[in-house]
Design a protein around this ligand. Structure first.
Ligand code: B12
Length: 140
């Protein structure tokens, strides 16, 4: 696999202690050729903001499966934007406990500055989004 010149910062959310979602997403993204730094679970907004400011990644991927993804994702993207960081952010996983995507909450995330919301854990859709967003970027 050729290594892409697009660095991804992968993170769990502040309240979410699940880890295998992050492990699998890291492997998935790395197999697509994207270098990944995985911050792990229970990442506070402050920690995410500091890591993003230090690393200057090309994309932040926020993963949440504990049912609080809309609230935590909103906090994360607002913290990044509040710190003046314009890095594209996508959020996905099992974002609510309703078992189906919530269009109102999804709209709030997009309004707050998310580039995409994947509320069905759809890695195929993420792959298609990455192809559109970064497909033309040169491989290193
Ligand atoms: C293992 C597990 C736990 C373990 C976690 C251990 C660990 N270290 O990770 C423990 C026991 C600690 C746990 C705790 C809890 N859990 Co739990 N847990 C699970 C379980 C059984 C499996 C999760 C897992 O590892 N899956 C394997 C990974 C690889 O798959 P995944 O998580 O689905 O992630 C994939 C996709 O979602 C997707 N995806 C994820 N993020 C993103 C992001 C993007 C951008 C994209 C595109 C895709 C994507 O890609 C991932 C990789 O393929 C699920 C039920 C289930 N069968 O899914 C419940 C589940 C996630 N847990 C749940 C809950 C409610 C909890 C607790 C709140 C329970 C409680 N009352 O204490 C706590 C949460 C504590 C917290 N602070 O977060 C609920 C969440 C409800 C919801 N979202 O609607 C679930 C769905 C169970 C259920 N059916 O109710 N849990």
């Amino acid at each position: 696999m050729r290594r892409r010149n697009v660095n991804i910062l992968l993170t769990g959310t502040a309240s979410d202690s699940h880890t295998w979602n992050l492990v699998c997403l890291q492997l998935f993204l790395e197999e697509l050729g994207y270098p990944v730094r995985n911050l792990g679970p229970c990442v506070t907004d402050e920690l995410l903001t500091a890591a993003c400011a230090a690393d200057r990644p090309d994309l932040v991927v926020v993963s949440s499966v504990n049912g609080h993804g809309y609230r935590d994702g909103l906090g994360a993207v607002r913290a990044l934007r509040g710190a003046g960081l314009r890095t594209p952010v996508v959020v996905g996983g099992k974002l609510s406990t309703a078992g189906r995507p919530d269009p109102v909450q999804r709209g709030r995330l997009l309004d707050a500055g998310c580039a995409a919301v994947f509320d069905d854990g759809d890695t195929g859709a993420l792959r298609a989004w990455l192809d559109t967003a970064f497909g033309r970027r040169a491989v290193a």
